[in-house]
Structure formats: C-alpha cells, structure tokens
Ligand binder design. Structure first.
Ligand code: SF4
Length: 319
C-alpha cells in the first residue's frame, strides 16, 4: 500500500498508530457533526504522557474545524447514500408495452335469412304458376324435402274462382304428384261435380304443405311456416273469389292461427270468414267425412254457402 501523502511520515509505529487514531476520531466527529446519530464518539485521546517515556509524542495532524451544522429547519440533511455493493445490478430496462390490439372489425354480416323469408323471396320472383310450380319442385326449405317422392303443387286451371285447400299430401299424392287422388279424392270430386255441379277441372285444389309428412303425421309448425309463402303466392296468382279450407289445420293456417290457439272445426265451419287471402268457407276434410258420414250434411251446407258467394244456384233450383 502506498503511504497517504497527506499524513506525515512516521518512523515510529506507535506514533503512526496515534496519528491514525486521531484521524479516525476526527472523521467520526465530522459525521456526528453532520447529524449521523449512529456514530458513537470514542473515548478522549489518551494523553501522550501515558505512553512510555522512550517514545516521543506523536505529532498529530491538526484537526480541521468541524463545519457548522446547518439548521435542519433550513435545509434537511440528505439521507446517507446506500452502502456500496459488489456489483451494481443493471438498471431494469422497462419492457415495451405492446399497444392494445385494434378492435376487431365488425363485419357487416346480415342475419341469416329464415327458411320462410327465403321461400317468400323466391315465390315473389315467380310471375306465373308454371314458374312457381318449378320453384316449389326445387324447394329444400324444410326437412320434408328429404322424404318426399316429389312435390305436390296443385290441380286445376291457372285462374279459378273457387279454390279448395287441404292440409298436406298423402301417400298417393306423393306418388302421383297430384293433390286429392288418394282415398279421399273421389269424395272431393263428388262434392265438386255432384254437389256444385261443375267439372273438377274447373276448380283449383292445393295443400298447405307441398311435401308429404312421413306416415301422414301432422305437419309441424316450422314446416307450415317454411312452406307458407308458396301457398300465399299460389293464391295470389290463382285469384280465387272463394277459398274452401278442408279441415281444421288448413282453416287455422289460412286464418293465421297457430299453436294452442287453434280453433275447432265446430267454431270455424258454417260461416264466411274474412282473411288476408279473401273469403274463407271452412268445411270438413273429406277424410273425416269418410270416417264420419253423418257430417256430410253439414259439409253440404258449407258448400252451399260457398256457392252462394259465387252466385251459383243450388242444384234443386236448376232448370
Ligand atoms: S314442405 Fe314446403 S317448405 Fe318444405 S321442402 Fe316441401 S315445398 Fe319446401
């Protein structure tokens, strides 16, 4: 170690120790004067006389006058610096904060069209019954498309004053593609030709559904809703003056009644009902009449109401 150039050189080790001790005391007094209360001042310096006579008094370095401590009220003392460490850790580099991702662009997606709205758009685009029939044949708007043999559109002319509407095709209708050609067909033909007295070919016949429900089960509400626009457009193009719904389901459908509000046949028949499709004269379905022959007289009364709307005379008054 090189000697401190500020300390006087000593040949005597005792004097050198005294000088170092004095310097240490002076240092501690200065720290105490600067307000470091943790410093405990050592005992006063031993007089040189206590030392052996052989040792000459060590010249001490003149102590610098301690600086006057400043009033804490005037300037607060700075806190002591932290103790040095062997290795200063590198300053933490702040990690760059990634900016928040931009909000996902909301695609302007239109809600998926419902089967009924799809069917309505396609039906509205049909300008005549031929194009409507072709569009129905391609329809896959409900599950019945997967079980049908073919669609059953209508029977009769392109314009008709009288329209009969049943519920849905049965087995024979599904096979032949014509409504009311099964067991109930001949009875409907008798009502038209023997009752009203006109050829079946002069009236229009259709169903609410254009495809057969498997096993002749009742159509579901979803199936009826999906298929409804086809019939609505069909009625528009046919332009009937009177519609005879055959059975409770067809009558409620044309009246726009569904679910638990379905009306009974007893409350529907025997009268003229107004609907968005025009005048309705509901009567029993021919299948019901086959099972309940006593209801035929009520059906005949209903048919006479429809004939009266069309200005047709009952058969007994014909000449
Ligand atoms: S029942 Fe009607 S909606 Fe369903 S597939 Fe047949 S035509 Fe289309």
């Amino acid at each position: 170690m090189s000697p401190d150039p500020q300390l006087p050189a000593h040949d005597d080790p005792a004097h050198e120790l005294d000088a170092l001790a004095n310097a240490a005391r002076a240092h501690l007094r200065r720290r105490r004067a600067f307000g470091d209360r943790s410093v405990r001042l050592p005992a006063p310096e031993r007089p040189s006389a206590a030392r052996p006579a052989t040792t000459s008094p060590a010249p001490t370095r003149p102590e610098p006058a301690p600086p006057r401590p400043e009033s804490p009220a005037v300037r607060p003392l700075a806190p002591p610096p932290p103790p040095p460490t062997l290795r200063t850790p590198p300053a933490a580099v702040p990690r760059p904060v990634a900016p928040p991702p931009p909000p996902l662009a909301q695609p302007n997606v239109a809600p998926a069209p419902s089967p009924a709205s799809e069917v309505a758009a396609r039906a509205a685009a049909c300008k005549d019954l031929a194009s409507l029939r072709a569009a129905v044949a391609e329809c896959r708007a409900c599950g019945l498309c997967s079980t049908r043999t073919q669609t059953v559109f209508s029977d009769g002319p392109d314009r008709a004053r009288l329209l009969f509407v049943g519920e849905a095709p049965g087995e024979q209708e599904d096979l032949q593609g014509v409504p009311f050609v099964g067991p109930a067909g001949p009875l409907l033909t008798d009502i038209i030709e023997k009752g009203i007295g006109i050829p079946r070919s002069q009236v229009a016949i259709a169903n609410v559904l254009k495809c057969r429900p498997p096993g002749n089960r009742d159509p579901s509400q979803e199936e009826k809703r999906a298929c409804a626009p086809w019939l609505a457009r069909q009625i528009e193009l046919l332009g009937p003056e009177v519609i005879v719904p055959l059975g409770r389901h067809a009558a409620n459908h044309l009246l726009g009644v569904e679910g638990p509000d379905l009306r009974s046949m007893g409350s529907l028949r025997g009268q003229v009902l107004e609907s968005r499709f025009g005048k309705l004269v509901p009567t029993y379905h021919p299948s019901y009449l086959l099972r309940t022959p006593d209801a035929k007289k009520d059906c005949w009364k209903d048919i006479q109401v429809a004939m009266g709307l069309l200005g047709l005379e009952p058969p007994k008054k014909r000449g």
